[in-house]
Design a protein around this ligand. Sequence first.
Ligand code: ADP
Ligand code: MG
Length: 415
Amino acid sequence: MEITKHLLLNLSLLIVLLFFTQLVIERQASEKNRNGLQILYFILSILICFIFSIETSDGIRFDLRQVPMILGSLYTGQGFLLAGVTIIMRGFMGINDGFWTSAGVFTVLAFLLTWMHSWFSSLSLNQRVGVSILVTVITSMVLMQLIGIITEPITHPEAWISFLVIPAITSGLISYSIETIRQSLLIRQKLAKADKIEAVSHLSAAISHEIRNPLTTVKGFLQLLGEQSYPEEKKKEFIQIAVSELDRAEEVINDYLTFARPAFEKVEEIDVEKELNHVLNVLKPLANLNDIKINRKYTPGLIISGDRSKFQQGFINLIKNGFEAMPDGGELTVQTFLTGHTAHILISDNGIGMTEEQINRLGEPYYTTKGQQGTGLGMMVTFSIIRAMRGKVEIKSQPGKGTTFHMKFSNQTEK
Ligand code: ADP
Ligand code: MG
């Protein structure tokens, strides 16, 4: 029973490692990081299998290395990488017949599994678990036959258990766990989206409230002006207040309309440098007032497609936020560059920055930390504009250090 015990220990270590890595993976926001960690999990699992492999008196090594190799290739599509890792690690244990058998089997597996990867991804949850177990059983049988040829045929019943049953169970358990964890992540993402949609449907109600306030104020002043004769000075003051209230209402309506109609009426070529310069010129007085230096680092000739006036509005909101984050002055940097077919636009400030919680709430309607001064609609509008242009936003921010908004547009065309 020595071998079985050993393999069961091996199995439990793989499961513990699985839960630990999945916890870390769930916390990653970027898809790239998640995939990287997933691959790392399988590599570490192969390593653990080798560390806990057991050698019998006739020189056969028992472990579960085929399980992470098979599942890793099916789930991540990195069959060749994982086969390479497995073969190299096996090499460290001595180059003998066992090594060559192993190298042969894992190379063939790498080809087969890489080829199967996209088909595998298209299967249903239960089918994927089934296929994982099946591939593991077939591989184990092949390995067993080959070992039988090299040494002597395996007849001992325990060998059957160790070689077929335990790998099959391990494979099933791990793939079932991966599926369950994935499922719960998906459900949580869907819930988060539903939350946002609900927030938007509350928007119309909230907006009318927002507009009613300034309108009531304006109405009051107009009535006052009509009912009594005030000195010229006082009248001017009333009118000024009324106009500024109307300005505010107009701003809210503008923001709302852009958000409600994110689909573009016009799709035109946007000369990124020209439009950003235009935005910066509009905002120049504000920058001067706040003692803010503007740096421009452009890569010339960047063109993306979208609606020009909405592009401007989106970036006015972003840059204004940058200014407002630096009440005692600072530097705002606008940078553009190109990688492949993706145009990048970065807006950085060295202002007050945001905590992680604040970053997560960005774009939520009415989320503002500026009290009466803020509308809490700017980021929501900007995000919807960028989304409509099929752009992506990454936000990096540190409280007290500053914030960078990194926009990526993959629909750019070259001049
Ligand atoms: P508003 O500017 O009216 O408050 P926004 O939607 O434009 O509304 O921004 C929402 C909130 O996000 C702001 O109140 C602020 O707390 C935060 N924020 C946005 N941009 C920045 C930035 N560059 N630096 C620090 N905080 C920011
Ligand atoms: Mg704003």
